[in-house]
Ligand binder design. Structure first.
Ligand code: PRP
Ligand code: URA
Length: 209
């Protein structure tokens, strides 16, 4: 089964609390999401392999470490996943970025695909799928399936807030995909919104409501 990593560092919890507050406006919400994404990025990249390289400092020659092999791709689920890209890109500036456009049908809550553009060599990369909200898990599962259909084998899912229902669905459909979250909330309401959650992440990032 895929592993669930809850990254609940005090600074992340503090920033997430401000994001949850309905009085927090778009500018601060975006900024905090970017900051949390960078902090979560440390954990999600914690085990990437290093290799020895020979360099020369101004003082002497030495054997030092550099990231080896697997390169990264960041794949946000549009729209809200975009809010997590900058933070990860600050950490890994050479990461390539793909985009998967999905929205939830408001009545059925089923995801609908409207866009997919990925780096050509994505199947050779470690792919981090980003989306702040893991609610029913439908969007994340569909995005991961689209990546697997294109040959991706190393996929991690990075979300901010998750519902137990969404975690269970990803673990059942994609047991090879580890999930990284800042918080696991209580449940979904009748509209499939996370409770207590933070509302509609896309609207809060882009100020559309
Ligand atoms: C939100 C969110 C996720 C999805 C999560 O997107 O950003 O992509 O819902 O829900 P799920 O786990 O039940 O699939 P939304 O469909 O509102 O689209 P948007 O990002 O364009 O606002
Ligand atoms: N999408 C959101 O933006 N928020 C939720 O709580 C659930 C899905």
């Amino acid at each position: 089964m895929s592993k669930l990593h809850v990254i609940d560092h005090p600074m992340i919890q503090h920033k997430l609390t401000i994001m949850r507050d309905k009085e927090t406006g778009s500018k601060d919400f975006r900024q905090l999401l970017e900051e949390i994404s960078l902090l979560m990025g440390y954990e999600i990249t914690r085990d990437i392999p290093l290799e020895d390289v020979e360099i020369e400092t101004p003082i002497c020659k030495m054997t030092a470490k550099k990231v080896s092999g697997r390169k990264l791709a960041i794949v946000p689920i549009l729209r809200a996943g975009m809010g997590m890209v900058e933070g990860l890109h600050t950490l890994v500036p050479v990461a390539k970025v793909g985009h998967i456009g999905l929205y939830r049908n408001e009545t059925t809550h089923e995801p609908v695909v409207y866009y997919c553009k990925l780096p050509e060599d994505i199947q050779k990369r470690l792919v981090i799928v980003t989306d702040p909200m893991l609610a029913t898990g439908g969007s994340a599962c569909d995005a991961v399936k689209m990546l697997k259909d294109r040959g991706c084998k190393n996929i991690r899912l990075m979300c901010l807030v998750a519902a137990p229902e969404g975690i269970a669905k990803v673990q059942k459909e994609h047991p090879d995909v580890d999930i990284y979250v800042a918080a696991v909330d209580d449940h979904l309401n009748a509209d499939a919104y996370i409770v207590p959650g933070l509302g509609d992440a896309g609207d809060r990032i882009f100020g559309t409501k």
